[in-house]
Each structure stands twice: as C-alpha cells, then as structure tokens.
Design a protein around this ligand. Structure first.
Ligand code: ATP
Ligand code: MG
Length: 235
C-alpha cells in the first residue's frame, strides 16, 4: 500500500509562495481505484506527482509497502518508481517515430540493454489486452487518440506496475473513446492494480471505488460514491 501523511508542497514563483498542497493524507491500497476531482489549480496534479515520487514534498511522509521513502536515496526511489509505478498523462507522450510495440517496450529499454523475445511477447500480450492486436507495428500518427492512449496504458501494463497514476487520461478523447479507456482502467483495478486518477468528469469518477475532492490544497473525502459524483455534477 502507498500511504501519504500530511503532505505539504509550496511553489515559489516571482518571489511569492503558492501553497499547492496544505497537509494531504491519502492511503492507496492495492487494487483500489481512486478518483481525484476538484477545481483547476486545487492541487490535483501536484498530489499525483508527489504520490508517484516525481515531485518531492516539502513536508509530510510517504511510505510504499511499509518503507519510508524519506529514508531512501534518490537512486533507490528512481528504481522503485521504474519498477512499481506507472504514470499516464492527458497527453500520452508516445514517441512518434516508434511503433505501438516499440512504445510499449520503452520501459524495458533502459540504458543499452536490448529487449528480449520474452519481453516482446509480453508487450504484444499487453497490446492485445488493451484491444490493439494487429496494430502493433503502427506509428502513433496512424492510431486514433483513444488507441494512442491505450498504447500508453499497455506501456504501464508491460512492466507489471503495482500503481497506475493517470492525470486526466481521457481529457483529449471524445466520450465514447474515453469510456473504453475508463472501462479498461476499471478492469485493471479489478485485477489488482491500484489506480489513482485525476478527472474532471463526474461520470468517470463514479467508476472509481473512492472519490476524493481536492479543494485549495486539501482533501475532502465524501461518500457514498454516487452521491458524490452527482453533487459534483450540479456544482
Ligand atoms: N511548477 C510550478 N511552479 C509554480 N507553481 C506551480 C507549479 N506547479 C503547480 N503550481 C501551482 O500550484 C497550484 C496547484 O497546481 P496543480 O497543477 O496541482 O493544479 P490542478 O488541480 O492539477 O489543476 P488543473 O485541473 O488545472 O490541472 C496552482 O496554483 C499552480 O499554479
Ligand atoms: Mg492538473
């Protein structure tokens, strides 16, 4: 389980302090699908970046499977992030000159190690799992937006991550395509992958096991899920 306690993060721009997180605590148990909703600027992306260890908090604790990340050197945190965490963004960051298969294999291509046949098979299986069999050799430019986002998810699957962080993964997709991506995330969570997703869409948030609201750098939990989603829709 990933556990964050009393996380604070302040950005300083033009000599002015802008607190993005003001004491946020959140537990992410294995296999839990958590949706983070809130206004623009409320701190959602910052929270995701801190949880995924891309951003170091100013204060507060972060533990992963019982290990306090503050005790680990940067190199160990890098290794942990590469092994256990996967991040997908609104813009999926596929490399345009690599095929769907090669993009999926990127996690394995660290340093000068070459990719094994077994890893290639695994990448093909992951592309099949996201519904992209037969399109392995296409460049991103020859895939639809939803298909590109699914390659980004396959890239997360191929390394057998334990937690998937997704920052508005359907933000650039139409409703029907977004639904396909969301249903895939739901299925992955049912299979044991923890998912922490930022979304503006109350309908997608309702697919999660838990919804948390970010408000001015703080988290406001609410329940039950469907009521929360409806209230969000009205506001
Ligand atoms: N690198 C940075 N430097 C300075 N300020 C930052 C930086 N990143 C975020 N902020 C500020 O921190 C606050 C929270 O930003 P964050 O990106 O987490 O919001 P968000 O909830 O993800 O918003 P959105 O829904 O628009 O993506 C904002 O006031 C933002 O301007
Ligand atoms: Mg954001």
């Amino acid at each position: 389980m990933l556990s964050a306690t009393d996380i604070a993060k302040t950005f300083r721009s033009d000599g002015v302090d802008a607190p993005a997180l003001r004491g946020v605590s959140l537990d992410v148990p294995e296999g839990r699908f958590i949706a983070v909703v809130g206004r623009s600027g409320s701190g959602k992306s910052t929270l995701l970046n801190v949880l995924s260890t891309l951003t170091r908090p100013d204060a507060g604790g972060l533990t992963w499977r019982g290990a306090d990340l503050a005790d680990l050197p940067e190199s160990a945190i890098d290794a942990l992030r590469r092994r256990d965490f996967a991040v997908i963004f609104q813009q999926h960051h596929l490399l345009p000159y690599l095929t769907a298969l090669e993009n999926t294999l990127l996690s394995f291509m660290t340093g000068f190690r070459s990719v094994s046949g077994a890893q290639r098979d695994r990448a093909r299986a992951c592309l099949a799992r996201v519904g992209l069999s037969g399109k392995e050799d296409r460049l991103p430019g020859a895939l639809s937006g939803g298909e590109q986002q699914r390659v980004a998810i396959a890239r997360a699957l191929v390394k057998d991550a334990r937690v998937l962080f997704a920052d508005e993964p359907t933000g650039s997709l139409d409703k029907a395509t977004g639904r396909g991506v969301m249903e895939l995330l739901r299925a992955l969570a049912d299979g044991g992958l923890a998912v922490v997703m930022v979304t503006h869409d109350h309908e997608w948030a309702a697919l999660a096991d838990e919804i948390v609201f970010m408000e001015d750098g703080r988290l406001r939990p609410a329940s039950p899920v469907h009521e929360k989603a409806d209230r969000k829709a009205e506001s």
